[in-house]
Design a protein around this ligand. Sequence first.
Ligand SMILES: Cc1cc2nc3c(=O)[nH]c(=O)nc-3n(C[C@H](O)[C@H](O)[C@H](O)COP(=O)(O)OP(=O)(O)OC[C@H]3O[C@@H](n4cnc5c(N)ncnc54)[C@H](O)[C@@H]3O)c2cc1C
Length: 466
Amino acid sequence: MPGPSHLIVGDGITALAFLESCLTRDIVHVTVVGRTASQLGRGVAYARDAEDAPWRFAYLLNSPADDIDPAFAAWLAENWDRIEITMAGRKPDWLRAAAPLVAAGDVHGVNAPREFYGDFMELRAQQIIDQLRKAGIKVTLIDDIATSMRVEDHKVSIRTSGGQMLDAQSADVAPGGPETMRFEGDDGPFSAPSVFGYEHRISEHIKAGSEIFCIGGNAAMLDVLRLCQSHIPDSEIRFAFCAPEGEVPPPLVPTLPRRLAKPNLSPGHASAQSFLSEIRREIDAAEASGHERRDVRAGFRAHFLEHPLHLYVADPEEAAEVAKVLRFWLRGGTRDTIFDMRRLVDAGRVQIVKGHVRRIETTNTGATVVFDDEHGVTQRRETGFVVNCAGAAPHSRFDPLTEDLLRQGLIDRNRSGGLVIDAKCQTKAPNLRYLSPAVVQLGEEVVAMPLYDAHMLRTYVARAVS
Ligand SMILES: Cc1cc2nc3c(=O)[nH]c(=O)nc-3n(C[C@H](O)[C@H](O)[C@H](O)COP(=O)(O)OP(=O)(O)OC[C@H]3O[C@@H](n4cnc5c(N)ncnc54)[C@H](O)[C@@H]3O)c2cc1C
C-alpha cells in the first residue's frame, strides 16, 4: 500500500490514545498489535471477566468516575437504567454503596466497576476506528505479543511471539507497567503471585473459610477484599494484609459541588526538602479548609499537569525525591472498599500487619508468612492463603519488548527503576514513541504523580501529538 504506515503495540487506554492521534497524522495504514487488540481500550485494568464469575463487576475504579474521564461519567449516567439492572442482586452490594451519591444526583461521583470503563473504552475504540476508516486510513488489529523491535531511519520492524514480522515507518509502544515484585514461595499450594488470573484458586480457599493474607496494602489488596465479598458475607470474612505503613489508604470521596484544592507554590527550589515543606503547608491548609483527600489529590494532579515539577525543582534527582514523597502524601483509594475495610477492621474481621514480607513457607494446612516488623525483627505468622499484591518494585521485569528497547538504549531506566524517555513520549529514535505507567521522566519533566492514572496517560499522549 503506498504511503506511510504506522504500528502501535499494546491494547490498553494508552495504545488507544495513540490510535486516536493517528486521525491527525499523514498515514495510510495503522496496525495495532496487542495481547487482546480485538478488545482495544481495555488493557489489563479494565478487562472483561467471565460471565458466570461471581466476582464479575466486583473490582472498582479507584476514583470517582468524572476524575477518570468526564465523558465516561456522562456515559454512566446515560446508561444508568441498564447498569442498575446489571448490578442488581450482586455481591458485594454495589448499588447500596452507590445509593447516597445517586440520591444526591451525583452518578458522576460513583466508583464504577472497572469493567464498565472497559466497555466505554471499547466503544470509544470502535468510534475511532470508524473515523479512521472514513478518513481512508486502513486499520488492522492483531492479537499477538511483540517481542523485539528493530529501528532504522525510516523503518520499524516488529517480531511477535506468534512468529509474525511487521514493518512500518513509525511506531508507538504502550505496553503497560512491569510485573509485580515476587517473593520466595508466592506461587505455592497456599499462595498466588497475583489476584488477577488466580481468582478460581483463591476463591476455593475463601469459600473453605481460610484466612486470606495479602502482601501489600494497595489497590490490588482492596480487589482481593472485593473477591472475598463476592463469595461470602462480611461476617464470615477472615482477611489480613501486611504493608510497611500498616494503614488503609484514605478514601477518595467526591464532594458536591466538586471542589479542587488550588496549590499556591513558588518556583526556584534547590532541594526537594524545601519544596516539600511548601507542598505540606498547602496540603494542610487545603485539609483545614475542609477539602477531602479527593479534592486535594485531583487539585494537585491538575496543577502539576499545567505546571510541571521541573518548573519548581530543576534538579531531576531532587524532583524525583519530591515525587516519591508526594505519592505517599496524596495516595487514596476506592471509597466503597475502604469504607468496608474500615468497618471490617473495627469488627475484627481484618487484621493489619505492619512490616515487610520476606518469604512464604508452606505448612500442611496453609502458609507461614515470614516478615520483618516495624522494628526490623523477623516474625512469622500462620495464615490460610497468601496473595501477592505488592505491585512493581525497582527491579521488576517488563514485557519482552520493553526489555528489548532498554537493551538497545532506546529508552532508559533511572536509579530507582522507573523508565525515562524524552519529551513528547519520544524515544532515542525519532520514529518511535513510548508511554507506560512506569515512565517517571519525560525529557526534563519528572512526573510529579505516578502515571498509574488513566487521565494522566491520556493527557500525556494528547500532548505528545499536539
Ligand atoms: C488492576 C489495575 C487497576 C487499576 N485501576 C485504576 C483505576 O481505577 N484508575 C486509574 O486511573 N488507573 C488505574 N490503574 C492504572 C492503569 O495502569 C492505568 O489507568 C491504565 O489502564 C494503563 O493503561 P495502559 O494502556 O498504559 O496499560 P495497560 O492497561 O497495562 O495495557 C497494556 C496492554 O498491552 C499489552 N502488552 C504489553 N506488552 C505487550 C507486547 N509486547 N506486545 C503486545 N501487547 C503487549 C498488555 O497485555 C496490556 O493488555 C489500574 C491498573 C491496574 C493494573
